[in-house]
Structure formats: structure tokens, C-alpha cells
Design a protein around this ligand. Sequence first.
Ligand code: ACM
Length: 533
Amino acid sequence: MQKTLSLFLLLFVALGLRAASPLPIIPYPQTVEIKNGKCDAPAGFSVVNNDSAFAGDADFLSDRLAAAGRLAAANRKGRSISFRLDPSITAPEGYKLDISRKAVTISASGSAGAFYGVQTLLQLIDNCAELPCVSINDAPRYAWRGYMRDDARHFTGVESVKQLLDLMAYYKLNRFHWHLTDAQGWRIEIKKYPRLATVGGVGSHSDPDSPCAYYTQDEIHDIVRYAADRHIMIIPEIDMPGHATAANRAYPEYNGGGEGIFPDFTFNPGKEETYTFLSDILAEVAGLFPGPYIHIGGDEVAYGINAWKTDPHVLALMKREGFTDVRQCERYFMNRMISQVSHLGKTLIGWDELLDLDVDESTGIMWWRHDKPGYLVRSLTAGYPTVLCPRKPLYFDFVQHDGHTVGRVWDGFCPLGDVYAFPDPWFDSIGVTPRQQSHILGLQANAWSELLHNSRRVDFMTWPRLCAVAESAWTQAANKNFESFESRLDDAYRLFDKLGIYYFDHRDPAHHAEPAGPVIKKKSRESETDYRD
Ligand code: ACM
């Protein structure tokens, strides 16, 4: 009797603990009902799909199960995983996942929802010894769940981008902002102007003479397809009219100059040929990337704009247009590029400096200057679709621990907890109303790469902070819980270990020591700069 009682007690505690502990899923779903029992699948799983809308998602699931050794052999009956079209699921990207003892069902009204149901199921399969019976009803808080990679300062390459896209998909991130051009390198092949890649692609932030590196158009087609299979939209960025040094190295005839530590920083807004050149480039970019957006930067033009004051072509433009200030040339330049983007059938997106140029209200704004919250309020009040990516806490070139020394620290840094807490405390402190919040597209982390010169440093600065962004962008604020998130990171760390990803474990900082930063070689063509310091 005594023994039976203790057994009961043990079972009770175990059940209680199970009920209290979260499912091993990042980002955490909106509603989770844990039921009794397990769905054991000794023969593996069989994927059943009769709806063409879900064909790609079903194939993705089969491939992943096969890779994990969990797909039932052709001659064996595995536990079925079925896809079901359910038009009553109206939330964009929403899905339901039902796991019973005998079967698994993923319901969605569209392919993206089914794909996210697949990711949730894969995380449960990866992280649970036995698949629990559950009913999950889920949809994202924000439509834009993004990450920006800076391939201009240090180039990463196709395989690295694909691994990133794999992990982004696993954590339900869906926007890959690709910073492809900057002062240190031009990383995209443009057929009409080949020197952009072959000359502008030479060098990096740490070595101005490092071998030429860029993505060919064939590689870009391949990556775009790979991303689309994972429901990830790519937003290419061609930064202008500043950050143009690498392009100016290749085609000096469009150079608008710069000054001091920012030589050759701008395109020349006074030359008509500049508009032809940039319009041709944007036309090729528009053809390569099927997504609706083209990002044309627009940031930090002030670093080079003084050169325009004495440039004869700019002076001629000012005279012709009756301008009294070079800032009017910036606006003129941007307006011409904006109409080119719209002529190409794309929507413009750019950094928050665009707000000073009174751009059209359909323009997407990326609010990055955390120390200028007024720009966020302006953007939202005017109704611009706005992505939140403030330096603090969403720039991943900031360090994440007070013992770290490689990376930016600006009156604080970007620890995991701050990344996770964003954005709701900010709304309260800035006074962003619910009505203003309705214009927020979502969240994005930006991994500027001046000091992220190899995969070890890219990974270390990205993971697990990007998991925190994924949860903040997907999970409703009321369902977020940092302690629960921390406990679920153990599964992420196991995955990262398996993939050879060098992450930072904030609970055990000694686990992976901070990797050394780049040794910056003396620049032969450019002075050493950090554009955002
Ligand atoms: C930026 O960090 N210059 C957008």
C-alpha cells in the first residue's frame, strides 16, 4: 500500500512538472493544450497529402524526416502525418497541429501556415524522446520577422547563407534582408556593369586587398529559390546615395565624393548618367529578387554630403532646380530613385533617414536609431509601414555580455534578455499607442559585420539572440516568458552543437569563449572607418 501510494505521488509530481514545463518549441505557440498520452511511431512517420496547396510543405517535411531517419520505409506503415485545408483558419500564416496517439494532423488555410505547422512538429520530433499528444493553435504576432546579414563588410558565401536560411525557417523567421553593397565591398553581379563585382568585390573591412568575393546571378537565383521553399522573402539592399565607395572604385565616373575618413562615399546626384547607371542596376536587382521590396538604404549620407557643395555637376543641378542647400539634392536624388523603384513594380524600403525626405506613405521605413525615438513616432503617426530594428537592442554587432570586448558598446550593449524583452517596454517608455502600433510590420535584427569577419564570430553574435528575436516577433507578449525561453534554449544549443555553430551561452559564458576580432590590415585605398560609431 505504502509502495502504491509513493508510486502515485511520483506519478502526480511527474505529471504536474510536465504540465508546468513548456513544450520544447521556439518561438512558443499562442495556445497549447497538452493531452494525455504519446504518439509513438516505432516504424517512423508517413506523410499524407492530397492538397496541391501543401505539396511543397509536405515534400519539405518528408525530406527532413528522411534526414532524421524518421520517415517510414516504403513497405512499412508509419504513423500518418496529414495535411488538411481549413479555410476557417483566417490568421495569416496560422496553423493548427493536432497530435493524437495514432495520427498527426497539420491544418492551415495556406501554404505558409502549413509550413509553420511543419516546423513546430519538427521541433517536437527533434526535442522530445516521445511525441506528446497536443493540440496547438498558432499564428504570428508580426508579419515581418527578419534578420539582416551584411555581406559587404565581410563576405560569407552561399553555403553560409543557406545554413542561415535553414535556421531562420526552423525558428519561423521570414524576412532575409541582404545588405549587398557598401563602402568595403560590392557583392552582387550586375551583368551590365561587371566591374561592380570584379573590382568592387575586392577587399573587406579587415583587408582592403582580400580576394574578390561576390554572388553571381546564378548563385542568387539558387538562394532565392532556396529561401522561397522556406517561405522566406529576400529584401536586397543596394545602399545609395552614401556607402557607395566600392561602386565608385569600379566606376569612378559616378562618384559624388566624400570627405575625411569617408572618401568617395557618395554617388553623384548632379550627373544624369548616375541615374541611368543606378536605374540599370535596380532593374537587374528587381529581376533577380521576386519579392515586393527593394531596399535602397538612404542612411548616413551626411558623412559625404559636404563634397557636393563644391562639385560642379551638383552645383549645376542646384542652379537648374533653384536649390539653396545640398540636402535638397539628396531629396531630389531619392525621389528619382523612388520613382524608378516604383516603375519596376517594387515597393521601396529604406532606413529611417527617409522620413526627412517626406517620401510617399507606401515606403517602408526601418527604424534603426534607437536614440531618436521621435523618428519611430513620426513614422507610425504618418502611417508608414515600419520595421523595428533599433541599434539597442537589435544590432548584433553590439556585444552581449559585459565581459566581452569585441563589438560595440554604447552606454550599454545588447544582452539576450534585452533582445527578448523588446518591443513592449519600449512602447510604454516612448508612448507608442495601439493605433500607432498597427503600422508596425514587425521586428528585425541587423548583424553588421565590420567585426564579424568569420563564421565563428557571425554565429557567436547571432545565436541565440536570433532565437529571442524569433520569439518576440512571433509570440504574443502575454505568452512570452524569459525563464521558459531560457529553458527551451537547451534544445537550440544541442542543435547548434550538432551543426557546429559557435553560439554564446549566457548562462555559462565560459562554455564558448568570445572569439577574437579581426586583425585590421592597414588600408591601402580607404581609411579605416566604422560608419555607425
Ligand atoms: C545603419 O546602421 N547605418 C542603418
